[in-house]
Design a binder for this molecule. Structure first.
Ligand code: NAD
Length: 247
């Protein structure tokens, strides 16, 4: 479904991002994954190359909030492959801190990676996509972007902003044949959820109509659909992939 497409996936070292990278490679794309540290990036790239020696995958660890660092890599990718077809803004962090204990630094950290990095990577990729006359950007929102969550206020705030950025960019970039959508995952079986307190997660699980958490591959299937030409008339959408969960 993505034969010869060039895709960038942020937060591609584990969890949902790693599943997206694998799914895209399995569908013929060449993938450049981004992570936060050299060690985790090398580990993910080695893992994938060991799984399948035909996978064309490389990794980098730029500061996603620094436009020059991101653009330097995008330029290298375009020099090597000629174009960038798909950008997946997936890197993210969460916290469940109550409001009075929230420090401004912690708030900034969440907003930086969840929304500023999404803005920076999108901003830097647009010129390459415009030159090609097409492109796909998929941002990563959350089910909490639809109705908030009872604590950890920066996280839902950042994900509401992701939805706003997605819908606005879709309207701004449609005339260049660049589609911009978001996926809003529900509770998904990754380190992010494993690290949350049990008393927060257990009541949440009971409310999921499908009766279980989602698997990263089930999320990756939705990214594949939106990245592919099957979704050629879909832009500005926030697609819930959450088993109809509500927190
Ligand atoms: P994860 O913690 O397993 O992986 C997060 C990824 O983001 C890692 O690859 C990590 O390297 C990267 N990352 C984190 N901080 C970074 C930084 N400062 N700079 C660069 N990269 C950084 O998380 P996940 O569960 O796979 O989540 C992926 C996305 O899905 C996130 O945006 C998250 O908010 C969203 N999401 C997840 C769930 C869930 O239940 N797991 C639910 C809703 C939304």
């Amino acid at each position: 479904m993505l034969e010869n497409k060039i895709a960038i996936v942020t937060g591609g070292t584990r969890g949902i991002g790693l599943a997206i990278v694998r799914k895209f490679l399995d569908n013929g794309a060449k993938v450049i994954l981004f992570g936060s540290r050299e060690e985790s990036v090398n580990k993910a790239v080695d893992l994938l190359r060991n799984e399948n020696d035909t996978y064309e995958v490389t990794g980098y660890y730029p500061n996603l909030c620094k436009a020059e660092e991101v653009d330097e890599i995008f330029k290298d990718v375009v020099d090597k492959y000629g174009h960038i077809d798909i950008l997946i803004n997936n890197a993210g962090v969460t916290a469940t801190t109550p409001i009075e204990e929230y420090t401004v630094d912690e708030f900034d950290k969440t907003m930086d990676i969840n929304i500023k990095a999404t803005f920076v990577c999108s901003k830097e990729v647009v010129k390459y996509m415009k030159e090609e006359g097409k492109g796909v950007i998929i941002n990563t929102s959350s089910m909490v972007s639809l109705y908030g969550q009872p604590r950890g206020v920066a996280y839902p705030t950042s994900k509401y902003a992701v939805n706003g950025l997605t819908k606005s960019l879709a309207r701004e970039l449609g005339k260049y044949n660049i589609r911009v959508n978001a996926i809003a995952p529900g509770v998904t079986n990754t380190d992010m959820v494993a690290n949350l307190p049990k008393e927060y997660i257990e009541p949440l699980l009971k409310t999921i109509p499908l009766g279980r958490v989602g698997e990263p591959e089930e999320l990756a299937n939705a990214y594949l659909f939106l990245a592919s030409d099957l979704a050629s008339y879909i832009t500005g959408a926030v697609l819930s992939v959450d088993g109809a969960a509500m927190n």
